[in-house]
Design a protein around this ligand. Structure first.
Ligand code: ADP
Ligand code: MG
Length: 686
């Protein structure tokens, strides 16, 4: 990089955070600002804000409470505040003398008797020789080990000078009409503004990130991500896929034997899918529907259509239990149609695995149900026509692509159907799934009775257990008892489940208590699930492995232990295991009191609604986009300046701009993507 003062060590550190050239540096944006342009009178301080203040020390003393701390009270005539240090040295204590002036920066919080700042940054002040105020907001940058803020700021100053003196360095890529429509500054001005906010800057607006200069960059960043996904979609669509024609034999037979009518929403979704399959470019469709809306049967119909056209179908699911269940379902459904269904999971016996692999290689038109094991090198699909991914949010865009890449035969790509476990908020589908077409099942099968959800403090545990016993014995219903744990460690979760099952067995005589968890062998799990389905087990103690997809309609009671530890979508997904039969179902959320505010809101949301689309929006509101889709690789980009929650109102507009750019100015598309996603952008060569 042609800036002065960059040796190999510094360059290495810059490389680590993706800064290879001046443009990268300029697009390394502050993630917050520190305001040292003005001192705030102590009397005006508010809890929760960052404050730059100055005052005279009135009193310094060590307080011996639950935790020893050094307290220092300062005042400036308008008010007073306490500085609190939990770690302090003798000399520090001596320096903070009564009558000494001091300048501090830190977060104000409400203390026991007055406002205070804990461990402020501070400097002692000599009134004859005052510390000057900063001329502009101090930008704080994302950094890495050994790369200090002042260093980044110095480099940025240089880069900005280069930019100003030679404007050609950085090309304006946003269409003129957007800039004028939204009244946005040029790129050069915007960059200069966010890095080196002038004294006249509207500081509050910069800190709140709603200044036009920031909006200018936010729009371009969101556009870059949108373009990446749309390009990806375009690339895949350029490839040829097998044409899957209407089924004349299998589907009519299947429907005739099915013991229910498809809902209108299901029929509509099927029609769309069939028409996608009938094209020679790949279907890329996201099927959204609430828990229990009946997505599996749609997967089955798409599979039948594909099989009748002599192609293979792969169904990928996130857990072994779900794979086993789908395998069973599909085997039962397809048995009399003479369709071969095989299972492929990591824990399978070698002989079963080999036989499945053999069939796939042999161009047999079969349905294979599996977990991540479907990705492994030894899996060779000879004529994969359709990939179905169930409970999508566990798989990211990369895995999605890897699977179609794997299925590619000669020069053809398989079609792809992705089904979500629970609805995903619209904002997220527009960002994480912009490469897909969307269908929604907005109707539940008839006769469903809404689940009645109640919440209970853990202090009432004994009473709850008694009431469960009564309900199971009187109503002859079956129940799940779900154990959760703070950390996701599977083995700890299993231990809790084992202990809970023991405890419940002792307290619940006359009731058959079963146990299922992730560390059990496949055949053990299978036996437990079979016993539960056949009512040999009344109460099934489980870890959250049952979260996705399980279907036992007679289970109408669910207890979720430590419900406060789970996010909304996980709770909703779990609860969706009940309410599938003809009886009213009950879900009891047991929480460890006291609940914090967020947990309270989650529990309350669960209590008042069963609507997955509403719950999804609430989930986004409470947790933010990064968390909602579960894992980080789930396709939610790491953003520099945009914020999906705050800026979602821009997305519709941005999607339009993206489509237009791809059509009219394709040469700009690559430049925008490269600028914002740099080398991280490797979607196209997964
Ligand atoms: P999900 O969308 O959560 O995957 P499932 O496919 O597991 O839902 O379906 C939930 C239950 O509803 C299953 O027992 C399934 O057989 C049943 N079901 C699906 N469609 C219908 C329908 N149209 N009428 C009645 N029951 C249905
Ligand atoms: Mg399902």
């Amino acid at each position: 990089m042609s800036l002065t003062g960059i040796g190999p060590r510094l360059q290495e550190r810059l490389d680590n955070i993706g800064i290879h050239k001046i443009q990268d540096l300029l697009f390394h944006l502050p993630y917050r600002y520190v305001d040292r342009t003005r001192l705030i009178p102590l009397g005006e301080l508010k809890a929760g804000t960052d404050a730059y203040v100055q005052g005279e020390i009135e009193l310094t003393q060590v307080r011996y409470g639950r935790r020893r701390s050094l307290l220092c009270r300062i005042s400036d005539g308008t008010g007073a505040i306490i500085l609190r240090f939990f770690y302090f040295s003798k000399s520090q204590q001596n320096n903070l003398k009564r009558g000494q002036y001091i300048r501090c920066y830190g977060k104000v919080r409400k203390g026991s008797s007055s406002l205070e700042i804990v461990h402020p940054e501070y400097r002692l002040v000599d009134l004859d020789n005052e510390i000057e105020l900063e001329k502009q907001l101090t930008a704080v940058y994302p950094s890495t080990d050994g790369l200090q803020q002042p260093r980044i700021r110095k480099l940025m100053e240089q880069a900005l000078d280069v930019l100003k003196n030679n404007k050609k360095n950085i090309t304006e890529l946003l269409p003129e009409e957007i800039l004028s429509q939204e009244n946005l500054p040029t790129l050069t001005d915007a960059l200069e503004y966010v890095h080196r906010a002038p004294t006249t800057a509207n500081i509050d607006s910069l800190i709140a990130e709603n200044h036009p200069a920031q909006k200018r960059l936010i729009i371009e960043e969101l556009l870059a991500h949108q373009l990446t996904l749309l390009k990806l979609r375009e690339e895949i669509r350029k490839e040829e896929s097998p044409i899957i024609r209407k089924s004349k034999d299998l589907i009519p037979k299947f429907l005739e034997n099915l013991n229910f009518e498809l809902t209108n929403a299901q029929k509509k979704a099927c029609q769309t899918i069939f028409s996608d399959l009938n094209k020679n470019s790949a279907m890329l469709r996201l099927l959204q529907g609430d828990v229990g809306s009946g997505k599996t049967v749609i997967a089955a119909l798409a599979a039948l259509q594909t099989i009748e056209n002599n192609y293979q179908v792969a169904i990928m699911v996130p857990t072994e239990i779900l794979a086993e269940q789908h395998y069973k379902n599909f085997s039962n459904w397809f048995e009399y149609l003479n369709i071969d269904v095989v299972l492929l999971t990591g824990k399978l016996k070698k002989s079963s695995k080999d036989s499945a692999l053999e069939k796939l290689k042999d161009k047999k038109s079969i349905v294979v149900v599996g977990t991540h094991a479907l990705f492994q090198d030894n899996v060779i699909f000879s004529k994969l026509g359709l990939v179905i991914i169930d409970e999508q949010h566990r798989f990211g865009v990369h895995q999605r692509l890897a699977l179609i890449e794997k299925g590619k035969m000669y020069d053809k790509y398989p079609h792809q159907l992705i089904m979500t476990a629970t609805p995903i908020p619209r904002t997220l589908t527009m960002t994480a799934y912009a490469d897909l077409d969307h269908s929604i099942i907005d109707e539940l099968p008839p006769g469903r009775i809404p689940i009645n959800t109640t919440s209970h403090s853990n202090k009432k545990r004994e009473e709850i257990i008694l009431s469960i016993k009564k309900r199971i014995l009187n109503m002859e219903c079956q129940a799940y008892w779900v154990c959760t744990l703070i950390d996701e460690s599977e083995s700890l979760q299993c231990e809790t489940a084992i202990a809970t099952a023991e405890q419940l067995k002792q307290k619940l005589d006359k009731i058959n208590v079963g146990l299922i968890h992730g560390r059990m062998k496949p055949n053990e799990k299978e036996k437990i699930m079979r016993d539960f389905k056949e009512k040999e087990i009344d109460l099934l103690v489980a870890t959250t492995v049952i979260e996705v997809g399980l279907d036992v309609p007679n289970a109408s009671l669910m207890i979720i232990d430590n419900a406060e530890r789970l996010g909304l979508s996980q709770l909703h997904q779990l609860r969706g295991r009940i309410g599938r039969g003809n009886e009213e179902s009950h879900c009891m959320l047991i929480y460890q009191s006291p609940l914090n505010d967020l947990a309270k809101e989650r529990v309350e949301t669960m209590r008042v609604t069963n609507d997955g689309f509403l719950i999804a929006e609430k989930d986004l509101e409470l947790r933010g986009p990064g968390e909602v889709l579960g894992t980080r690789q789930a396709g939610i980009p790491e953003l520099r300046i945009a914020n999906l929650k705050r800026d979602s109102y821009l997305l519709t507009k941005i999607q339009k701009i993206a489509i237009k750019l791809i059509k009219d100015e394709p040469e700009k598309v690559k430049l925008i993507i490269e600028r914002w996603l740099g080398k991280k952008q490797e979607y196209s060569n997964v």
